[in-house]
Structures are given as structure tokens and as C-alpha cells.
Ligand binder design. Structure first.
Ligand code: ZN
Length: 201
């Protein structure tokens, strides 16, 4: 990988032998391996069977999970907040495991829509809840740094499964709870999937 990065530096007009860049290939390799570490992660190891049987059927919410990912179209970061809710049927997941689950899928090359769906689908698969909802709000550097389209390149995506899809009151209760947190610019269309990174340029 380091040879490729050295070559890349030459291609963009740099001199990889100058002092400041000498260790850059090594650093970039290390950074990329970390940022792509989600490919090697085993979901079951990450979740470590932290499923608990409960007699509880109220909504469980984990809000404001920070996440950082790389857009697969430009290999540039997109990052923001992820909010997860589910209604248990018989099992719950240890709360601390949910941010780790988000990291597994975020540390891959992604589009925001797929990342959102993968988190929701995995929770459905693992604990078969009555419903799952995932909302992700992110800034895409491939849009904001390149000045593409709007200045405000804030994208919101959502996945609503089971009760969150079928029952508008349940969905509204969740979205209501999210709006209690501090206002974030660009959230007016919260329930609509925003158009995240557009990959054709
Ligand atoms: Zn992009």
C-alpha cells in the first residue's frame, strides 16, 4: 500500500522524498487500515452475545452516536450523528453495543443510505424487535470541500422497519424525541431521506 501512496503523491504533483512526506505513506496506510477495519469485524464478536431477555416493550433509544465514514465515490469522509431506536419483542441489546455496531458498518467504504439500512437490518436480524428506526445526519466533505451544489451539504437518511414503518404514531414519537436535542442546521426535512453524496462527478 505504501508504494501506491508514494505513486499517488507523485501523480498529484508532489515530491514524496521531501522531508514532510517521508513517513506519509506509512501514516496513510495505517489510517486507511483503521478506517476500513469494519470489513474484518465479526458482528457477533462485536456484540458478544450482549442480548438480554426482558419483559419490556417500550421504545429504546440511543441518540447522538458520533460516526465517521468514507464515501465510496470519492474516498472522502462523511460524518455526523446516528440515532437508533427499537421496540423490543423479547430481547434487548446491551446499550453500549449499539455505537460499536455503528462503527463496524461506518468503517467501510459507504454511501449513507446503505450504512443506515445495514444498521437497522442487523438489529432486526439479531433481536427480532417489533420495530427498528435509524436516522443518520451527516456532512459530506466530498460535497462541502469541493463546493458541490448547496453550501449546506447536510444529508439526512432514515430506515424505518416494522412498527416504525407501519405505525405513524410510533414513528412520530421517535422523531419527536429526536427533535428535543439541540438544534442542528438543515434538519427541516428530517423524515425524508436526504440525497447524500452524488457519485457521478
Ligand atoms: Zn462522495
Amino acid at each position: 500500500m505504501q508504494d501506491l501512496i508514494r505513486q499517488l503523491l507523485v501523480e498529484i504533483g508532489e515530491d514524496p522524498t521531501r522531508e514532510g512526506l517521508l513517513n506519509t505513506p506509512k501514516r496513510v496506510e495505517k489510517a486507511l487500515k483503521f478506517l476500513a477495519s469494519g470489513y474484518d469485524a465479526d458482528i457477533d464478536v462485536v456484540l458478544n452475545n450482549a442480548y438480554f431477555t426482558v419483559d419490556y416493550s417500550e421504545m429504546v433509544i440511543v441518540k447522538d452516536i458520533d460516526f465517521y465514514s468514507l464515501c465510496e465515490h470519492h474516498l472522502l469522509p462523511f460524518f455526523g450523528k446516528c440515532h437508533v431506536a427499537y421496540i423490543p419483542s423479547t430481547k434487548v441489546i446491551g446499550l453500549s453495543k449499539i455505537p460499536r455496531l455503528v462503527d463496524v458498518f461506518a468503517r467501510r467504504l459507504q454511501v449513507q443510505e446503505r450504512l443506515t439500512n445495514q444498521i437497522a437490518d442487523t438489529i432486526r436480524e439479531k433481536i427480532a424487535p417489533l420495530g427498528v428506526a435509524v436516522v443518520m445526519e451527516a456532512t459530506h466533505l466530498c460535497m462541502s470541500m469541493r463546493g458541490v451544489e448547496k453550501q449546506n451539504s447536510f444529508a439526512v437518511t432514515s430506515a424505518m422497519l416494522g412498527a416504525f414503518r407501519d405505525n405513524s404514531r410510533t414513528r412520530m414519537e421517535f422523531l419527536e424525541l429526536l427533535s428535543l436535542r439541540s438544534a442542528v442546521p438543515g434538519l427541516s426535512g428530517r423524515t425524508q431521506a436526504g440525497l447524500a453524496c452524488v457519485g457521478d462527478d
